[in-house]
Design a binder for this molecule. Structure first.
Ligand code: T3D
Length: 258
């Protein structure tokens, strides 16, 4: 059984972490499978949004700690470069909207993997734990970049130094995630966001993602220039023409992603 499942559903590429008995703790093998999905399978033209979630009662418990033991475990900088960073950048650079449905606990690199998505929603029973310092490591997988930008430096520092569990409800209140949905019916509610995005103007969403990510480092003049360049590109898409015609003709648009 693969440790990461992939299927196409309603124009959404669904990625499911699949080691439920170990809370989907991340192994090197899992990373290889995930990288293959991001590089080769997501490229299917039918896919216009991605939904990332976990199988079972956890989303992802971070690095599988038993996978780190033994003589063959490379030093951490090499492990990160080979098995974590390509997944983080793969998700961030996808020219598609990525929704993460955090179905249960997200710990360590698992918490930061969730934050890489464009829209993060969680089940009411889910939680987020920056578990790294508890075992003498530092937060990785882009967490020290993303978390302070989401919740501010003070809250990020406390979460990362103390390693305390943050409930999904608090995570929503803090701005770490977009929304909490009830446990019952969670998958349907979370997936419906991805399905909705998959019917929208795909290239405009990709440019929006690109502009928002760049805004984290750009100054205003740089950002205005980027917006102009991306808006020009958006204005040249068929979906823009369709959106405009549909508005003027008082009908629903039929976006194709072109
Ligand atoms: O470069 C590098 O590779 C380093 C990168 C590091 C990045 C990191 O992610 S470091 C942080 C690693 N993660 C953790 O420290 C979290 C460890 N897990 C936990 O704290 C807890 O398991 C949870 C809070 C996630 C869940 O607690 P609970 O009580 O709901 O479940 P549980 O009973 O602890 O776990 C269920 C099973 O999953 C259990 O296995 P068993 O005993 O039934 O056979 C448990 O050992 C296993 N499991 C959970 N997390 C991990 C794990 N096995 C291996 N590695 C794990 N991280």
């Amino acid at each position: 059984m693969p440790s990461v499942l992939f299927e196409l559903k309603d124009n959404v590429g669904v990625i499911t972490l699949n080691r439920p008995e170990k809370m989907n703790a991340f192994t090197r093998n899992m990373s290889v499978e995930m990288q293959d999905i991001l590089r080769r399978r997501i490229t299917d033209k039918q896919i216009r949004a991605v939904y990332l979630t976990g199988n079972g009662r956890g989303f992802c418990a971070g690095q599988d700690l038993s996978d780190l033991q033994g003589m063959d475990a490379p030093p951490f900088d090499k492990l990160l470069a080979e098995f974590y960073d390509p997944v983080v950048t793969g998700i961030r650079n996808l020219a598609l909207p990525v929704v993460c449905g955090v179905n249960g606990v997200a710990a360590g690199a698992g918490a930061n993997l969730a934050l890489c998505a464009d829209i993060v929603v969680a089940a009411a029973n889910a939680s987020f734990i920056q578990a790294f310092t508890k075992i003498g490591l530092i937060p990785d997988s882009g967490g020290t970049y993303l978390l302070p930008r989401l919740v501010g430096l003070q809250k990020a520092t406390a979460l990362m130094m103390l390693g305390e569990k943050l409930s999904a409800v608090e995570a929503e209140r803090w701005g770490l995630i977009y929304k909490v949905f009830p446990d019952e019916g969670f998958t349907d509610a979370a997936f419906s966001l991805a399905r909705q995005l998959a019917q929208m103007p795909t290239r405009a969403l990709a440019y929006t993602k690109q502009a928002l990510q760049a805004s984290l480092d750009n100054n205003l003049p740089q950002q205005l220039q980027l917006e102009a360049r991306l808006q020009r590109a958006a204005g040249e898409t068929n979906d823009y023409r369709e959106g405009l015609s549909a508005f003027l003709e008082k009908r629903s648009p039929n976006f194709t992603g072109e």
